[in-house]
Design a protein around this ligand. Sequence first.
Ligand code: EPZ
Length: 420
Amino acid sequence: MAKYIISGASSSFGGKVKISGSKNAALPIMAASMLTDEDTILDNVPCLSDTETMLKIIRTTGGIAERDNNNSVHISLSKPKQKKKPDYELYSKLRGSVLIMSPLLAKFGHVKLPLPGGCKIGARPINLHLKGFSAMGAKIKQGHGYVEVTCKDELKGSKIYLDFPSVGATENIMIAATLANGTTIIENAAGEPEIVDLAHFLCEMGADISGAGTDTVVIKGVSRLHKTNHSIIPDRIEAGTFLICSAATGGEIKLEGAEPNHIKPLLAKLGEMGCDYEISDESITLRPNGRPKAVDVKTMPHPGFPTDLQAQIMSLLTVAEGNGMIVETIFENRFSHIPELCRMGAKIKTEGNAAFIEGVQRLSGTCVKATDLRAGAALTVAAIKASGTSEVHDIEHIERGYENFVNKLRSLGVVIDIKD
Ligand code: EPZ
C-alpha cells in the first residue's frame, strides 16, 4: 500500500485551492441516472476511486457509464444484465453500492446485491433502506451474504418513518419512490446538502419531489423520467478539511468554488476557536489568529456538525490551547485515528463515544496508518502541522474521497511525496 511522506511544520502553508465536486452527492446521482434509458450527462463529478468503482458497478448491471473527460460522465440504463451472483469483490469496495438498489427495483422490479460490507467506522446496516422498500410493496430475501428485493407489480407510494435520519436510506427511498404508483412520504428524513442536490437532479429528470432538506420529503410518483444535464455541488467535506488545515498551520487559505452554506457548523466552530473568515457566493477565506482555542464538538445529523469532519477537527484540537471534547453520535466506531494521533504526541483519552483532548504545543512527525477515509485525512492534517517528517501509510483510503489531493496540498505549500 502506498504512503505519503510529509515534511511538517511548513510555515509556508496557505494560498488558493479549488474545491472539487462532492463524492457523496455524485454517488447517489450516478445511481439515480440509471432511472432513464436516455443518456444523462453529469458534470463536476470528482475523479476518485469511489466514483470509478460506481461507474464499473453500473456497467455490471448492463448500463452505459463512461467518463467523458476529467469531470464529466454519461450514464444510461436501458435493460438490466443482472448476474446471478453480482461480484462481491467489486460491490464491497463501496458502501455507496447499496444505492443502485433503488433504480433497479423501480425500473425492473428486481435487484439482488451482496450486502454492503461494514467498515472501520461501524456495522452500517441497511435495515432502514429495506424497511422503505418493503413499505412500498417489495419482498425482501436475505441469505448467503446477499439481499434480493422483488416487487412483481409497481412499487406503491407509502408513508415511511426512518428510526434514524439515515442519508443513504433517504436517498434510496427517494429514488425508488420517483416511479412508484402514488405518493411517498419520508418522515424523519436526512436533510444533508447531498440529499437536496439529489432531489434537484431527480426533479430535472421530471420527478415530483418537495421538502428535500427538511425532515419530511414528499415524492409523487410519475410514469417515466427523461435525461438531463446536471452539475454536482461542491464537496463540503473536502472544503472543511482544507479549512481545518489552515487553522492548524496558521496559514490563510481561500477556497474557490466552495458553498459556505454547506459548512456553517464548521465555520461557527472555527470562529469560536479564534479564526476570522470571509465568505462570498462561491468562496471562503479563512484567516487564523495564532494558536486555536479548544472547543467542544458533538457530531449530529445535518445541520449539526458533520461526522465526516470529526476526525479532522480532532487533529486541530490536539494542538489547540486548552482542553476540548468530541462526542461522536452517528457511528459507533469512528475513533480509529486516535491511537495514531497519540503516536504523534497528542494527548487524547476516550470514554465510550466521547474523546477528551488536552491541547499540546506541538506534534512530532512519525509513521502513522490511515484506517479509513476521514481518519487518513485527519492524519495528513496532523502530519502537516507536526515537526519533522511523517509517513502516512495506506493512503488508498484517502484517495477514495479527495480528488488530486497531493497536488492541491503542494499548491498550498505542503512538502509531500507519494511512495509505494
Ligand atoms: C453517508 O453514509 C455518507 N456516505 C457518509 O460519508 C456519512 O458519514 C454518513 O452518510 C452520515 O452523514 C455517502 O454518502 C456515500 P447513514 P450512510 O445511513 O448513508 C445507521 C465519508 O466519509 N443506519 O446516514 O451509510 C448507521 O449505522 C462517508 O464520505 C442504520 O442503522 O450513513 C449509522 O450509525 C463515511 N440503518 C447512522 O445510521 C440503516 O439502514 C448513519 O448512517 C442505515 C443507517
